[in-house]
Ligand binder design. Structure first.
Ligand SMILES: Nc1ncnc2c1ncn2[C@@H]1O[C@H](COP(=O)(O)OP(=O)(O)OP(=O)(O)O)[C@@H](O)[C@H]1O
Length: 555
């Protein structure tokens, strides 16, 4: 930046030098008829242009690099920061809006940044140089030239405020546009099957039209500043002509003085005009910068605790845990204990709060009230990485990435050796379908795992969890997408894996959990009963009726 600044200062100063050279050109060559002066004045002017060209090349390439480095770093820092934020942040900020922030806003800043720095710095230096030349020739002419400047102040403030407001609207709508696109493009099949194409394009159209209207207003308003600069410059020209013209005619000032001054004024015209436009550009960048800083200023509330060594016995316990989402209470004083090394099943109707328990354990979210204990120690006491290292999780959404199947599985433990990988593949019965693929385990999973069937995705996710080999196993409907035959095989592997590990299982198909050491029945955020399968069946309560219902279904 320092070097670029020096180079641009030199480039900017050359304009002043050129106008300065017009004085000897007129007074010595044209009026004084000094033939030798043609050469040295000519060579000096050429030298100044050459210097301008060289500094232009060096400073522009340097500044482009700087602005690209800045936007690259901003993008990386934003993503890294967003990855530290809480589950609740992602409730308020959709993936589309965050994509727009990381891409659109940083690129808006970068685009303006380069014009701002390259343009504004050079133009300010040019103006200082030209102003110095003008003052050196005649301070009173300079005052006359600047007579219209106060007219710019009030409109400039109003225009900038207006542009900032419109750009804020436009950027907010750009986020909505990205969100909408994200939803539409991920839901193409649903849109087609429900014949919702027209509705969806209509909703999209409404947003892009709002953006178009805001940006047209910004563009129209942005040119007001250069236009006002034109008027002010015109006033200056007339004032100088009136004052200086008469002095030259009286013979108190030379033609060279006047030409030099007038050239300085003419050369100042373009930089002033551009600087007028820069104010609007700055507001455009500021609207995006505001959003970027708002994100960077959002602090995670789920913070690491000090503890890095978990105890050997990892029991799980929830004590009077309350949790609400946007004022809606989801857990109403949940209480249960899952003994270390045993399998505990959570059952209950949809929306009862079972998956929420997993999110509390792994601290994707913190409770409003109550204690979540791991090995009798509050989860908030653990270092976050240590805590999350204790879990192998298969969740309802098996997030796969557009990498090879191998990389997707190794994500659980990147340093795993081949035998461990093979064991995981066998346990999850992944080889059954990868063997049929031409590139086997090196086949791509497709964006969000779209190249695989639901059941195949689930098996990859199970292999990932098995390979991770963490002390606690969290299985949320882990085998729900598998056919009955595969489910039985994978279930056997999972049963083997859970031996001696603290395991929490969520399953709607009750046959898969009947051997659990303990079954906890949750309904509407409360534990309604708990015990072994036999105990609960004997009790004839909620669990028994759930079983009866499923049994009825299956017969
Ligand atoms: N991110 C969220 N924002 C708002 N509400 C949420 C969010 N996540 C879950 N909920 C609400 O919390 C309640 C419990 O959800 P949870 O996913 O824990 O249910 P579940 O018992 O696992 O259901 P299922 O068996 O259908 O998976 C639901 O009523 C749901 O609407």
């Amino acid at each position: 930046m320092g070097l670029a600044f020096v180079l641009m200062s030199i480039e900017g100063a050359t304009l002043g030098l050129i106008s300065w050279m017009l004085k000897p050109l007129f007074d010595r060559v044209f009026v004084g008829k000094d033939a030798d002066a043609i050469w040295w004045v000519g060579m000096a002017i050429f030298g100044i242009f050459l210097l301008r060209a060289l500094t232009l090349i060096a400073s522009r390439s340097l500044l482009k690099q700087i602005s690209l480095n800045i936007s690259t770093e901003m993008q990386r820092d934003l993503l890294a920061h967003i990855l530290t934020l809480d589950g609740r942040f992602f409730n308020d900020n959709s993936p589309g809006a965050l994509i727009e922030r990381i891409q659109g806003d940083t690129i808006a800043v970068q685009g303006v940044w380069s014009t701002l720095i390259t343009g504004a710095t050079r133009d300010v230096i040019s103006l200082i140089g030209l102003f110095a030349v003008a003052v050196a020739i005649d301070p009173s002419w300079t005052v006359a030239a600047l007579i219209g400047i106060p007219l710019l102040i009030a409109p400039s403030a109003l225009i900038q405020r207006y542009i900032r407001r419109k750009m804020r609207q436009s950027r907010a709508n750009a986020s909505l546009r990205a969100t909408r696109l994200d939803e539409i493009l991920h839901g193409i099949a649903s849109i087609r099957l429900n014949r919702a194409e027209t509705v969806q394009t209509g909703r999209f159209d409404e947003i892009i039209n709002r953006i178009r209207r805001a940006e047209v207003k910004v563009a129209t308003t942005s040119v007001l500043m250069p236009a006002l600069t034109d008027i002010v410059t015109g006033i200056g020209f007339v004032a100088v002509l009136a004052l200086g013209g008469s002095q030259v005619m009286e013979g108190t000032r030379s033609i060279g003085d006047f030409m030099s001054f007038f050239t300085a004024l003419a050369l100042a015209f373009q930089p002033m005009r551009r600087l007028g436009g820069t104010a609007g550009n700055w507001q455009t960048a500021a609207a995006s910068l505001e959003r970027i800083y708002q994100t960077l200023d959002t602090r995670p509330t789920i913070l690491s605790g000090p503890r890095r060594n978990p105890p050997a016995e990892l029991s799980i316990e929830l004590e009077d845990v309350w949790l609400s989402y946007e004022g809606q209470t989801v857990l109403h004083g949940l209480n249960f204990r899952a003994e270390a090394g045993q399998t505990t099943a959570l059952v209950g109707p949809s929306g009862a709060g079972k998956s929420t328990v997993f999110n509390l354990l792994t601290r994707m979210i913190d409770p409003d009230r109550g204690k979540v204990l791991l090995g009798n120690i509050p989860v908030s006491d653990y270092d976050l990485e240590t805590l999350r290292d204790q879990f192998s999780t298969v969740s309802q959404e098996s997030a796969l990435f557009d990498d090879s199947l191998r990389d997707n599985i190794l994500m659980g433990r990147p340093d795993a050796e081949e035998p461990a990988l093979r064991q995981a593949l066998e346990a999850a019965h992944v080889l059954e379908f990868t063997e049929a693929l031409s590139r086997g385990l090196d086949s791509q999973a497709g964006p969000r795992g779209s190249a695989l069937s639901g059941g195949q995705r689930q098996r990859v996710a199970i292999a990932r969890a098995v390979l991770r080999d963490a002390p606690i196993l969290l299985l949320d409907e882990a085998t729900s997408a598998l056919d009955t035959g595969s489910e039985r095989l994978v279930q056997e592997s999972l049963d083997r894996l859970s031996k001696g590990r603290t395991t929490l299982v969520i399953a709607h198909r009750l046959s898969t959990i009947r051997n659990a050491d303990k079954i906890v029945v949750i309904d509407a955020g409360r534990v309604v009963e708990q015990g072994s399968h036999d105990q609960l069946m004997a009790k004839g309560g909620a669990y028994a009726s759930l079983v009866a219902m499923q049994f009825g279904e299956s017969t």
